[in-house]
Design a protein. Structure first.
Length: 746
């Protein structure tokens, strides 16, 4: 009789004695597991077996052994030869010969070994492996890790557990095939699927058979086994700019916790010296933020230069939120000298703000302190805005209170400026309206009252220190909505016609003696012409006796998607407006606004906007755009922008395949007014199965007289790292080209 093996079912061939060779047969001998029921699995229904497999602990699963020849010693060892198959749960070993030590729960096997653990696979010539603990080793193995398509070969792999293994004198790649396009060769390679991390010691990275990066023995190179974050040295960054020369950096990333991380960014800039940077991010249930600090002792200017950016939001209670947004640069030229991003170099006002917000059921209040640092362009200087030290604001309102909508806005602000008039301003602005909304029309009469009080610290000569102003305002917003069934581009749609009239009456108050703390003429657009005040801020309330006429037509598909929209609008004045910023009066009617946008097809979108002067019948401002995206990684954008005597620019950008796996990317933003390239970008991308390569040349204006230019080269090795020279081309292309999609395999 066969001995009873703990956790073991022997599926083999019967013979007269256990030590004899078995002849092939279909008989299966089963023995009971000490942790399981004595009921034979063969006698259970198939559905019951599936349920048991889900419920049972994998460590208690039986071991199934198959081979053409078996012999051994009862309760100690089973020896197998020819077509050996050993399985337990999702672990399966095949070999030419093997021995199973029952007490140690250990397998020793040799000859064409293949070990499968879940979806991972290892092959080799010799293995020792403990089934329950997962501890063991393989000699001369090849391996495959399913989660990231990682694969390679080595002299030896040691398994410390089911999740941790050490590869000795091995390779790693995510490319398929015996001759991968890239691979990492290392003396030691520690893989931890639980932590999703790989760490290579004394490694060399090969691309197309050429070594492109190496780490010394004292430096480990770490990489993710998927997209998860992990601590370690990030791929080096290299670059070149016309102002700093060659740049080289080796950032280090600390994955402190799932919701916290820290990145050190040392960078050597050839002409300027060593720049040190640190960036920290954090996220919690009631708070979030990030802070970045960088500095350098600049050899070109012989000064210490730095930049600081910090954002934080903190929920103190369910109703109260504390926040800050702090930005600082050492000098006017810092962003232009040390940034390869047009978005950063364009920032000339650096905000510094600390705030506290409280939210009630029908009201909210905020207390803020706001100031700015101005980064001046000598050829186009701007005025420092007023600082608010502090500003207390309050808003309350409700809808449909016995048919009425009401709201109250109040502000108390301390305005400070080093050279201009300083003082305090208090504003209260209650409003009440009676909206009448029906499917075919709407009418919204509204009454508002604007009261303001000033207390000035340093009034100009002949100017009082105290002012009060009260101005009521009446408005009526009305509109009709007509619908009809129509056809456009061969498709049935619903067309709407929506005429709208907006009347405002605000009496004149002399405001020439009042300071201008935060007021400017509002941008003239469709949103503004349907508002009560033509000024932003609260220092000027425009006198008005005017009506705005507008007309909108939409084409709507059956599922509710708006396919096309056309609009026009104009404001007509019944009085000569006296309140202004420049002392000039307005004509009897405003400029005419026209706009349209729509989707000509699933791949082609167009938009247009035009402002026409009614005095000379010429265009004041216009914008036209076309966006064509016929397929993935195929996009072309064309845009024209015009503003009389100020702006005249033509912009073309796109991404397009030029051959198999090759893509061209580019952007040209050309000023027709100044005959100058504002921004130019050109590049190529190549996409392979397990890597991508990008070349990008970028030139852009940092000031009205100066430009910055540089090149970027990035090699993306799927599942390992992005190695680059210059700034990150993916971020540059995403910001520069509307609709851009990286040609990546990730």
């Amino acid at each position: 009789m066969f001995p009873i093996f703990t956790k073991t079912i022997i599926a083999g061939l019967l013979c007269s004695a256990f030590s004899s060779s078995f002849a092939q047969t279909q008989t299966v001998i089963e023995t009971a597991n000490k942790n399981a029921s004595s009921l034979s699995a063969a006698t259970k229904p198939q559905a019951t077996q599936a349920a048991d497999k889900k419920a049972v602990d994998p460590s208690t699963l039986p071991t199934v052994i198959q081979a053409e020849t078996m012999n051994g010693e009862p309760d100690r060892i089973v020896r197998m030869e020819n077509n050996v198959i050993v399985t337990r749960g999702d672990t399966k070993l095949t070999a030419e010969r093997a021995s199973y030590l029952q007490i140690e729960d250990q397998l020793d096997a040799s000859g064409n070994i293949e070990l499968q653990r879940g979806a991972d696979c290892y092959t080799g010539q010799l293995i020792r492996f403990a089934l329950e603990s997962g501890v063991g080793f393989v000699l001369k193995p090849s391996y495959f890790i399913a989660r990231n398509n990682g694969q390679g070969k080595a002299d030896r792999i040691d398994f410390a557990s089911e999740e941790r293994s050490t590869i000795t004198n091995g390779t790693y790649s995510t490319c398929q095939g015996l001759d991968p396009d890239w691979y990492l060769k290392a003396e030691t390679l520690n893989l931890d699927t639980g932590l999703d991390t790989g760490v290579a010691g004394k490694s060399v990275l090969y691309f197309k058979g050429v070594p492109i990066m190496a780490t010394p023995g004292w430096m480990d190179f770490s990489f993710p086994l998927s997209g998860a974050r992990h601590s370690g040295i990030l791929p080096p960054t290299m670059g070149h700019s016309n102002k700093g020369g060659i740049e080289f950096g080796v950032p280090y990333y600390f994955n402190i916790a799932p919701n916290r991380d820290l990145t050190l960014r040392p960078k050597m800039i050839a002409r300027r010296g060593l720049q040190m940077g640190i960036e920290g991010r954090y996220l919690g249930e009631s708070y979030a933020g990030e802070t970045a600090v960088e500095g350098i002792s600049d050899k070109l200017t012989n000064t210490t230069r730095y930049a600081i950016n910090s954002i934080h939001n903190q929920k103190l209670t369910p109703e109260a939120v504390f926040s800050w947004n702090l930005n600082r640069a050492s000098d006017n030229d810092y962003p232009a000298d040390f940034s390869n991003s047009t978005t950063k170099t364009a920032q000339r006002l650096l905000l510094r703000e600390v705030g506290l917000d409280y939210y009630g059921s029908i009201w909210n209040a905020s207390l803020r302190s706001t100031s700015y640092q101005v980064l001046q362009d000598p050829s186009a200087p701007i005025t420092l805005p007023y600082e608010r030290l502090p500003q207390l604001s309050f808003h309350a309102g409700q809808h449909d209170v016995v048919g009425l909508d009401w709201s109250v806005d109040a502000l108390m602000t301390r305005f400070w400026h080093p050279t201009l008039i300083r003082g305090n301003r208090a504003v209260i602005n209650p409003q009440v309206s009676f909206p009448i909304i029906q499917p075919a029309f709407f009418a919204v009469p509204k009454l508002s009252f604007h009261a303001t009080q000033y207390e000035l610290d340093n009034p100009a000569q002949g100017q009082a220190s105290h002012y009060q102003r009260t101005i009521p305002s009446l408005s009526l917003d009305t509109g009709l909505i007509f619908e009809r069934q129509a056809s456009l581009l061969g498709e049935g749609m619903t067309q709407t016609l929506e005429p709208r009239l907006f009347y405002v009456n605000t009496p004149y108050r002399d405001q020439t003696a009042l300071p201008l703390f935060d007021t400017a003429l509002a941008d003239f657009n469709f949103a503004q012409i349907f508002s009560e005040n033509r000024f932003t801020g609260h220092d000027r309330i425009g006198d008005s006796n005017q009506v705005t006429a507008g007309l909108v037509s939409r084409f709507i598909e059956g599922d509710g998607t708006e396919r096309f929209k056309f609009a026009l609008g104009q404001r007509f004045y019944f009085n000569t407006q006296k309140v202004s910023l420049d002392g000039k009066s307005n004509p009897s009617r405003s400029d005419l606004l026209l706009a349209g946008n729509g989707q000509i097809s699933n791949t082609l979108n167009v938009e247009a906007a035009l402002q026409v002067s009614q005095s000379d019948r010429q265009s004041v401002r216009s914008s036209y755009g076309i966006h064509w995206q016929p397929a993935e990684k195929k996009v072309l954008n064309l845009q024209y922008q015009f503003q009389r005597d100020v702006l005249k620019q033509l912009e073309l950008s796109g991404q397009w395949p030029i051959s198999h796996r090759w893509y061209a990317v580019g952007k040209s933003n050309y000023s027709l007014l100044n005959r100058k390239l504002v921004e130019g970008l050109a590049g190529l991308e190549y996409r392979a199965d397990c890597w991508a390569l990008r070349f990008v040349a970028h030139r852009f204006a940092t000031t009205t007289l100066n430009n910055n230019s540089g090149i970027a080269i990035q090699l993306e090795l799927t599942g390992l790292a992005r190695l680059g020279f210059g700034s990150n081309p993916i971020e540059t292309l995403k910001k520069s080209i509307n609709g851009y999609q990286p040609s990546t395999t990730n």
